[in-house]
Design a protein around this ligand. Structure first.
Ligand code: NAD
Ligand code: MG
Length: 295
């Protein structure tokens, strides 16, 4: 089965309830039950990105892993960014992509650190002799019911990870990006439909959307396009890493298809936004939320 086979989205993947499970952040894909689908068995490339050279952040697991698999199978060589604690997940991705004949270079580090963001861009330029694709998927989410216990450290960490990193990576990358290059960010439907227990996260994702729209205009004269993917509920380590076991067991149940999305259902959107097939698309956000309304 590939992404091109006609399928009923209602029955395509297992629906909740799932086994109760919790993890500490950043969480690991290999510990999840059921195992998320990142397109390992299904994504079929069509040589849409032959010769592309990119960076994918958060590439070890979840949506970032799905984006990395899809971009790689379309022909892109990639540097994969992730946290050092996620080495096991990252090596699985690297082994898969390199086994298929593409380059997948591991470069762990913390994107809430400006120097690492600079080093990540330099790593890609050194490995590939240039850069044309910056796909930023990494993000931090945690839950907190009470603004009185939401700490400044927590708020800072969310913003450094989800927003400052976009600024730092873009700033480092732009001098290397030639016309036809693209930047893709990852927002959330939380930007327009915030949950009360995700204040800092929702605000940061709203900023991702604004960042995308503003930077797209500034970089248009350089021929660089900037777009965003805004997911709804997707089955990744982010949930067992930040929500309680009962919430995780019923994750995505109230969405119109009665289930969360799987990372594999988002990979193609990143390919589309990187490929010149979307040449007049910039400053836009593709919402992938299984029918849940978002604005
Ligand atoms: P995930 O846990 O698989 O991916 C998030 C990744 O972010 C981690 O793998 C980690 O490598 C990276 N990361 C976090 N903090 C980092 C740091 N300080 N330095 C470097 N890397 C760091 O979960 P996911 O759901 O695939 O998340 C990917 C993106 O999708 C995030 O931006 C998230 O906000 C967004 N998103 C997810 C959902 C969902 O339901 N899963 C919904 C909306 C938006
Ligand atoms: Mg991870």
């Amino acid at each position: 089965m590939s992404q091109y086979d006609k399928r009923d989205p209602n029955t395509l993947y297992p629906a909740p309830p799932y086994p109760e499970q919790e993890q500490s952040l950043p969480g690991a894909a290999w510990k999840m039950d059921p195992q998320p689908d990142h397109g390992e068995q299904s994504y079929v490339g069509k040589e849409r990105l032959t010769g592309y050279r990119g960076i994918v952040t958060g590439a070890d697991s979840g949506i970032g892993r799905a984006a990395a698999i899809a971009l790689s199978r379309e022909g892109a060589d990639l540097v994969l960014s992730y946290l050092p604690d996620e080495q096991e997940d990252a090596e699985q991705v690297r082994d898969l992509l390199e086994g298929e004949g593409r380059r997948a270079v591991l470069f762990p580090g913390d994107i809430s650190d400006e120097q690492y963001c600079k080093d990540l861009v330099q790593k890609a330029v050194d490995e590939f002799g240039g850069l044309d694709t910056l796909v930023m998927v990494a993000g931090r989410m945690d839950s907190n019911d009470d603004v009185l216990t939401l700490t400044t450290e927590h708020f800072d960490s969310t913003f450094k990870t989800n927003i400052y990193s976009l600024f730092w990576l873009t700033k480092a990358a732009v001098p290397h990006l030639e016309p036809g290059s693209t930047i893709v960010t990852t927002g959330s439907i939380q930007a327009s439909t915030p949950s009360p227990d995700k204040i800092d996260y929702a605000i940061s994702k709203s900023a991702v959307k604004t960042f995308t729209e503003a930077v797209a205009q500034q970089l248009a004269p350089k021929g660089i396009r900037v777009n965003s993917v805004a997911p709804g509920p997707v089955w990744t380590p982010l949930q067992p890493g930040s929500d309680d076991a009962e919430t995780v067991a019923h994750f995505g149940e109230s969405s119109p298809f009665g289930r969360p999305g799987q990372p594999a259902e988002l990979g193609a959107a990143y390919v589309h936004l990187v490929s010149p097939e979307s040449s007049y698309q910039s400053g836009s956000t593709i919402t992938i939320a299984g029918g849940t309304p978002a604005f």
